[in-house]
Design a protein around this ligand. Structure first.
Ligand SMILES: [Zn+2]
Length: 240
Protein backbone atom coordinates (compact mmCIF):
# COMPACT_ATOMS: atom_id res chain seq x y z
CA UNK A 1 0.00 0.00 0.00
CA UNK A 2 1.61 3.23 -1.00
CA UNK A 3 0.86 6.68 0.21
CA UNK A 4 0.63 8.83 -2.87
CA UNK A 5 0.27 12.35 -1.64
CA UNK A 6 -0.17 13.91 1.72
CA UNK A 7 -1.09 17.48 2.46
CA UNK A 8 -3.04 19.60 4.85
CA UNK A 9 -4.12 23.09 3.87
CA UNK A 10 -6.19 24.82 6.47
CA UNK A 11 -8.28 27.66 5.05
CA UNK A 12 -10.52 29.85 7.13
CA UNK A 13 -13.84 29.92 5.32
CA UNK A 14 -15.66 32.48 7.33
CA UNK A 15 -13.84 34.88 9.57
CA UNK A 16 -16.89 35.23 11.80
CA UNK A 17 -16.95 31.59 12.71
CA UNK A 18 -14.31 29.11 13.67
CA UNK A 19 -15.54 26.71 11.00
CA UNK A 20 -12.68 25.56 8.86
CA UNK A 21 -12.31 23.48 5.79
CA UNK A 22 -9.21 21.53 5.20
CA UNK A 23 -8.12 19.90 2.05
CA UNK A 24 -6.59 16.59 2.64
CA UNK A 25 -5.47 14.24 -0.02
CA UNK A 26 -4.15 11.13 1.44
CA UNK A 27 -4.85 8.64 -1.25
CA UNK A 28 -3.97 5.05 -0.79
CA UNK A 29 -3.72 2.29 -3.27
CA UNK A 30 -6.22 -0.40 -2.40
CA UNK A 31 -5.87 -2.33 -5.62
CA UNK A 32 -5.22 -5.52 -3.68
CA UNK A 33 -8.83 -5.47 -2.50
CA UNK A 34 -10.00 -7.22 -5.61
CA UNK A 35 -7.09 -9.48 -6.57
CA UNK A 36 -9.35 -11.67 -8.70
CA UNK A 37 -10.60 -8.94 -10.96
CA UNK A 38 -7.95 -8.22 -13.53
CA UNK A 39 -9.13 -4.84 -14.72
CA UNK A 40 -10.78 -3.60 -11.57
CA UNK A 41 -10.87 0.10 -11.18
CA UNK A 42 -8.70 1.09 -8.29
CA UNK A 43 -10.88 2.35 -5.44
CA UNK A 44 -9.79 5.55 -3.74
CA UNK A 45 -9.18 5.29 -0.03
CA UNK A 46 -8.30 7.69 2.74
CA UNK A 47 -7.06 6.73 6.20
CA UNK A 48 -9.67 7.55 8.85
CA UNK A 49 -6.98 8.10 11.51
CA UNK A 50 -5.56 11.00 9.46
CA UNK A 51 -8.93 12.61 8.82
CA UNK A 52 -10.08 12.20 12.42
CA UNK A 53 -6.97 13.94 13.73
CA UNK A 54 -7.20 16.90 11.35
CA UNK A 55 -7.52 20.11 13.40
CA UNK A 56 -10.65 21.24 11.56
CA UNK A 57 -14.38 20.52 11.53
CA UNK A 58 -14.72 19.39 7.95
CA UNK A 59 -12.21 17.68 5.72
CA UNK A 60 -12.42 17.60 1.96
CA UNK A 61 -11.31 14.42 0.32
CA UNK A 62 -9.69 14.93 -3.06
CA UNK A 63 -8.68 12.62 -5.86
CA UNK A 64 -5.33 12.52 -7.62
CA UNK A 65 -6.39 15.40 -9.85
CA UNK A 66 -7.23 17.45 -6.79
CA UNK A 67 -10.97 17.32 -7.40
CA UNK A 68 -13.10 17.27 -4.27
CA UNK A 69 -14.71 13.86 -3.96
CA UNK A 70 -16.43 14.28 -0.60
CA UNK A 71 -16.57 16.38 2.54
CA UNK A 72 -16.38 14.60 5.86
CA UNK A 73 -17.14 15.81 9.37
CA UNK A 74 -14.11 15.05 11.52
CA UNK A 75 -16.45 14.63 14.51
CA UNK A 76 -18.07 11.58 12.93
CA UNK A 77 -14.76 10.03 11.97
CA UNK A 78 -13.34 10.67 15.41
CA UNK A 79 -16.28 8.76 16.94
CA UNK A 80 -15.73 5.87 14.57
CA UNK A 81 -11.99 5.89 15.09
CA UNK A 82 -12.34 5.80 18.89
CA UNK A 83 -14.72 2.83 18.60
CA UNK A 84 -12.09 1.16 16.43
CA UNK A 85 -9.36 1.72 19.02
CA UNK A 86 -11.52 0.38 21.87
CA UNK A 87 -12.65 -2.74 19.99
CA UNK A 88 -9.17 -3.52 18.68
CA UNK A 89 -7.99 -3.65 22.26
CA UNK A 90 -10.73 -6.06 23.32
CA UNK A 91 -10.29 -8.18 20.18
CA UNK A 92 -6.50 -8.18 20.43
CA UNK A 93 -6.09 -7.54 16.73
CA UNK A 94 -4.99 -4.43 14.86
CA UNK A 95 -6.19 -3.03 11.57
CA UNK A 96 -6.01 0.23 9.66
CA UNK A 97 -9.35 1.89 9.04
CA UNK A 98 -10.12 3.53 5.69
CA UNK A 99 -12.92 5.45 4.07
CA UNK A 100 -13.38 4.28 0.48
CA UNK A 101 -15.28 5.97 -2.34
CA UNK A 102 -18.59 4.32 -3.13
CA UNK A 103 -22.22 5.30 -2.72
CA UNK A 104 -23.39 1.80 -1.89
CA UNK A 105 -23.34 1.27 1.87
CA UNK A 106 -20.72 -1.38 2.45
CA UNK A 107 -17.87 -2.30 4.75
CA UNK A 108 -15.14 -4.83 4.25
CA UNK A 109 -12.09 -6.39 5.82
CA UNK A 110 -9.01 -7.49 3.94
CA UNK A 111 -5.29 -8.00 4.25
CA UNK A 112 -2.96 -5.63 2.42
CA UNK A 113 0.16 -6.38 0.41
CA UNK A 114 2.37 -5.89 3.43
CA UNK A 115 0.17 -8.20 5.54
CA UNK A 116 -1.52 -5.27 7.16
CA UNK A 117 -5.12 -5.77 8.20
CA UNK A 118 -7.44 -3.28 6.56
CA UNK A 119 -11.04 -2.33 7.25
CA UNK A 120 -12.91 -0.10 4.83
CA UNK A 121 -16.15 1.88 5.09
CA UNK A 122 -17.68 3.31 1.93
CA UNK A 123 -19.12 6.84 1.84
CA UNK A 124 -22.52 5.15 1.68
CA UNK A 125 -21.87 3.26 4.90
CA UNK A 126 -20.70 6.41 6.70
CA UNK A 127 -23.89 8.16 5.60
CA UNK A 128 -25.98 5.23 6.81
CA UNK A 129 -24.28 5.18 10.22
CA UNK A 130 -24.27 8.93 10.79
CA UNK A 131 -23.42 9.67 14.42
CA UNK A 132 -24.64 6.29 15.68
CA UNK A 133 -21.40 5.18 17.32
CA UNK A 134 -22.94 1.89 18.50
CA UNK A 135 -23.78 1.07 14.90
CA UNK A 136 -20.19 1.83 13.90
CA UNK A 137 -18.95 -0.36 16.76
CA UNK A 138 -21.12 -3.22 15.52
CA UNK A 139 -19.68 -3.00 12.01
CA UNK A 140 -16.10 -2.66 13.25
CA UNK A 141 -16.53 -5.66 15.56
CA UNK A 142 -17.95 -7.69 12.70
CA UNK A 143 -15.11 -6.80 10.31
CA UNK A 144 -12.39 -7.38 12.89
CA UNK A 145 -13.93 -10.81 13.55
CA UNK A 146 -13.56 -11.71 9.84
CA UNK A 147 -9.85 -10.88 10.20
CA UNK A 148 -9.37 -12.58 13.55
CA UNK A 149 -11.08 -15.76 12.34
CA UNK A 150 -9.10 -15.74 9.09
CA UNK A 151 -12.20 -15.81 6.90
CA UNK A 152 -10.26 -14.19 4.05
CA UNK A 153 -8.28 -17.38 3.62
CA UNK A 154 -11.43 -19.50 3.44
CA UNK A 155 -12.94 -17.10 0.92
CA UNK A 156 -9.84 -17.17 -1.27
CA UNK A 157 -9.81 -20.95 -1.22
CA UNK A 158 -13.46 -21.09 -2.20
CA UNK A 159 -12.77 -18.77 -5.13
CA UNK A 160 -9.74 -20.82 -6.24
CA UNK A 161 -11.76 -24.01 -6.01
CA UNK A 162 -14.55 -22.65 -8.14
CA UNK A 163 -12.67 -24.08 -11.15
CA UNK A 164 -11.56 -20.76 -12.57
CA UNK A 165 -15.02 -19.68 -13.46
CA UNK A 166 -15.70 -15.97 -13.66
CA UNK A 167 -15.31 -14.14 -10.43
CA UNK A 168 -18.90 -13.41 -9.56
CA UNK A 169 -20.47 -11.21 -6.93
CA UNK A 170 -21.70 -14.34 -5.20
CA UNK A 171 -18.22 -15.80 -4.79
CA UNK A 172 -16.98 -12.53 -3.38
CA UNK A 173 -19.30 -12.95 -0.42
CA UNK A 174 -18.47 -14.67 2.80
CA UNK A 175 -20.30 -17.86 3.65
CA UNK A 176 -23.36 -17.64 5.87
CA UNK A 177 -21.44 -19.42 8.64
CA UNK A 178 -18.63 -16.86 8.40
CA UNK A 179 -21.17 -14.05 8.64
CA UNK A 180 -22.89 -15.59 11.64
CA UNK A 181 -19.59 -16.15 13.46
CA UNK A 182 -18.53 -12.57 12.79
CA UNK A 183 -21.90 -11.16 13.88
CA UNK A 184 -21.58 -13.13 17.11
CA UNK A 185 -17.99 -12.25 17.96
CA UNK A 186 -18.40 -8.66 16.77
CA UNK A 187 -21.41 -8.08 19.04
CA UNK A 188 -19.58 -9.52 22.05
CA UNK A 189 -16.51 -7.37 21.40
CA UNK A 190 -18.63 -4.24 20.92
CA UNK A 191 -20.35 -4.90 24.25
CA UNK A 192 -17.03 -5.60 26.02
CA UNK A 193 -15.65 -2.34 24.63
CA UNK A 194 -18.58 -0.46 26.18
CA UNK A 195 -20.90 -0.10 23.17
CA UNK A 196 -24.53 -1.11 22.79
CA UNK A 197 -24.68 -4.28 20.66
CA UNK A 198 -28.13 -3.17 19.41
CA UNK A 199 -26.23 -0.79 17.10
CA UNK A 200 -25.45 -3.72 14.79
CA UNK A 201 -29.16 -4.51 14.56
CA UNK A 202 -29.94 -0.92 13.58
CA UNK A 203 -27.43 -1.02 10.70
CA UNK A 204 -28.67 -4.35 9.43
CA UNK A 205 -32.28 -3.22 9.54
CA UNK A 206 -31.35 -0.26 7.35
CA UNK A 207 -29.28 -2.42 4.99
CA UNK A 208 -32.09 -4.92 4.74
CA UNK A 209 -34.56 -2.20 3.78
CA UNK A 210 -32.18 -0.96 1.07
CA UNK A 211 -31.63 -4.46 -0.29
CA UNK A 212 -35.40 -4.93 -0.59
CA UNK A 213 -35.73 -1.62 -2.42
CA UNK A 214 -32.78 -1.97 -4.76
CA UNK A 215 -32.72 -5.00 -6.98
CA UNK A 216 -29.15 -6.02 -7.54
CA UNK A 217 -27.85 -4.48 -4.35
CA UNK A 218 -24.99 -6.67 -3.25
CA UNK A 219 -22.92 -5.75 -0.28
CA UNK A 220 -20.19 -8.18 0.73
CA UNK A 221 -22.17 -8.89 3.90
CA UNK A 222 -25.75 -9.40 2.74
CA UNK A 223 -28.51 -8.70 5.23
CA UNK A 224 -31.37 -11.13 5.29
CA UNK A 225 -34.38 -11.62 7.48
CA UNK A 226 -32.75 -14.76 8.97
CA UNK A 227 -29.60 -12.90 9.77
CA UNK A 228 -31.51 -10.04 11.35
CA UNK A 229 -33.55 -12.43 13.50
CA UNK A 230 -30.47 -14.26 14.75
CA UNK A 231 -28.67 -10.99 15.42
CA UNK A 232 -31.64 -9.60 17.34
CA UNK A 233 -31.93 -12.64 19.58
CA UNK A 234 -28.17 -12.56 20.21
CA UNK A 235 -28.39 -8.92 21.24
CA UNK A 236 -31.33 -9.68 23.51
CA UNK A 237 -29.32 -12.40 25.25
CA UNK A 238 -26.24 -10.16 25.53
CA UNK A 239 -28.28 -7.26 26.92
CA UNK A 240 -29.73 -9.29 29.79
ZN1 LIG B 1 -19.24 -9.97 7.01
Amino acid sequence: MSEMTSAYNGTLMNSQSTFQISTIFLLFSLFFLQPCVAKAEEPMAWRIRDIASAPVDVVQLRDKRDRVIASMATKQLLLIYSAMVAIQEVAEINAELFVVDGKEPNAFATVGKDDQNVIGFTFGMLALIGMDVDAAAGIIGHELAHLKLDHMKERKKAIENSSRTTFTAASSKYTRDNERESDYLGAIWALEAGYDPAGAVRVHEKLYKISKRQVGFSGSHPSSIERLTILKSLVRRLSK
